[in-house]
Design a protein around this ligand. Structure first.
Ligand code: URA
Length: 407
């Protein structure tokens, strides 16, 4: 049975296809590691919800099915394999899967929350533009750039709210049109006459992640294959650095957080928002700096329903220095801003370095400037409004100093 599954990788283009294949595989007791899921991102959701018969007696709770359906929209590597693992465990009676203490359950929940957050963001961001009356349908056009595959969720939302008018939502990956009665999914754009409208919206659209178009270094695939320490086991994916390949300034954080782990990009969560404010104060543009972390996988422990950040151990920082060294060699920044103590230890290679000793005193190390500042997460959590304001001011002043040293 295993050899059969290995010799026939399973192609999946949508949640419904995955569900049907998963049920058939479960009925034949094909173990998760015997299946190779190949995802072919199609044009959104197939129009027909009809499923081929799966002949499986598997019963899963409504709650789990709803979670699987949402998690399937989360753009993380191996999502279908992970969802199949969840289903497999459920079928084998592992009901603790949905409890807070279970690592797979935690991951599933985190994926669901990331998708929900993206969906909410897109609801808030989408602006429909009315086309000339003689242009024909659709009447309204919108452009958006979701971080996850939430287009079908958006489509259903607007089909209910804008049922009486024709519209189209275009994204870089796919588009969906409502003709007043049904939804039609297609590739990136429907037709050339709509291209101009969608392009207009693409031009005025303000993506949340300004650095989305920048290339990560080192390469994502190599990082995802890294087994130099054990952190990969509980992380969703590795988070490579992002930014111009030869930026004069490198900002070095500690490790990705919960949201970065799901998005696969550094500093997109709450700490990233603080960092962006500080960059603005320092007169620096986020897109002009290279952002990365000393450790590339999210280290966490379960607390209630949340995945709480856990400081990486020195051996994990040391294991990940392999990747940081590559980034330093490739980007060759004039200045490295060490965001917090883990970053300082990593960039100096000195596990005893302390922030206090070098804060506000930029120094030279291996031919480049090092500027040590508070980590943006510290700015968020230090008790007391005054202490928070001081920590933020120190962070912004450090970034300003980095800007001057980089000249
Ligand atoms: N904290 C970090 O150090 N890095 C991130 O990418 C996010 C939060």
């Amino acid at each position: 049975m295993q050899a059969l599954a290995q010799s026939r990788p399973v192609l999946v283009r949508s949640f419904n296809e995955w569900r049907c294949s998963a049920r058939a595989l479960l009925a034949r007791q094909v173990a998760p590691d015997a299946v190779q899921w190949l995802y072919h991102a199609g044009a959104g959701e197939p129009a027909s919800p009809a499923l081929p018969s799966c002949n499986s007696t598997l019963r899963i709770s409504r709650k789990l099915m709803a979670m699987l359906r949402l998690a399937a929209c989360c753009r993380v590597p191996n999502r279908w394999a992970f969802l199949y693992l969840v289903l497999w465990r459920w079928q084998h009676g592992e009901r603790q899967l949905l409890s807070c203490g279970d690592a797979d359950g935690q991951r599933l929940l985190a994926m669901v929350l990331a998708v929900r957050r993206d969906e909410r963001d897109m609801h808030a961001r989408i602006r429909f533009r009315e086309r000339r009356e003689d242009a024909g349908p659709p009447r309204l056009v919108a452009w958006c750039e979701p971080g996850h595959d939430v287009l079908p969720l958006l489509a259903r939302h607007f089909a209910a709210r804008l049922a009486g008018v024709t519209w189209m939502i275009a994204t870089p990956e796919a588009s969906v049109a409502w003709d007043g009665a049904a939804l039609h999914y297609t590739g990136p754009l429907l037709e050339p006459s709509l291209d101009a409208d969608a392009s207009y919206y693409r031009a005025v659209y303000t993506p949340a992640r300004l650095h989305a178009d920048l290339v990560g270094t080192p390469q994502r695939a190599a990082l995802n294959a890294c087994r130099r320490c054990g952190l990969w086991q509980h992380a969703t994916q590795a988070v490579p650095g992002a930014g111009p390949q030869h930026a004069a300034i490198m900002l070095l954080g500690e490790q990705p957080g919960d949201q970065e782990d799901l998005a696969g990009q550094p500093f997109v969560g709450p700490a990233g928002k603080v960092l962006e404010r500080a960059l603005v104060q320092a007169g620096l543009e986020r897109r002009a700096v290279y952002l990365t972390n000393a450790v590339k996988h999210f280290k966490w422990e379960p607390r209630g329903k949340r995945r709480m950040h856990k400081t990486p151990a020195q051996r994990e920082v040391a294991a990940c220095s392999h990747w940081l060294d590559q980034e330093l060699a490739q980007v060759r920044p004039r200045v490295v801003v060490a965001l917090g103590s883990t970053a300082l230890k990593a960039v100096t290679g000195n596990p005893h370095a302390t922030l206090k000793d070098v804060m506000d005193k930029p120094f030279q190390h291996q031919g480049r400037w090092i500027v040590a500042v508070y980590h943006p997460s510290y700015v968020l959590r230090v008790p007391g409004a005054e202490a928070r304001a001081q920590a933020f001011a120190q962070l912004a002043a450090g970034l300003r100093a980095a800007r001057q040293l980089a000249l």
